[in-house]
Design a protein. Structure first.
Length: 104
């Protein structure tokens, strides 16, 4: 993927994450889950695999009724996963481990 495409994709995902963050405290869980699913699809289609375990952990936290700082922390981690620029298995495992700590 070229640098210009990387920048555009990262910018789009960043805007989506910011929107989620702004609405996380008051939006319906189904709406937040739909937005996370859209982020997952974009990440998967573009090889941003470190974002996938973070999205999964955020969806699980929302399903368990979590809101507030826990979701904000997860969205911060999602920003990091989207922007890390790596897609290897070790990076994905590191983000999955971070989710286990931050979103537990």
């Amino acid at each position: 993927m070229g640098n210009a495409r990387n920048w555009v994709l990262a910018s789009e995902l960043s805007h989506r994450i910011d929107s989620l963050d702004a609405r996380a405290a008051h939006a319906a869980t189904a709406d937040l889950a739909a937005d996370l699913d859209a982020i997952r699809r974009i990440a998967l289609a573009n090889g941003i695999t470190p974002a996938l375990p973070v999205v999964h952990a955020l969806e699980a936290a929302l399903a368990a009724g979590q809101r507030g700082p826990m979701i904000a922390g997860g969205l911060s981690l999602l920003r990091d996963a989207v922007g890390c620029g790596r897609d290897d298995a070790r990076t994905g495992a590191a983000f999955a481990a971070a989710c286990a700590i931050r979103l537990a």
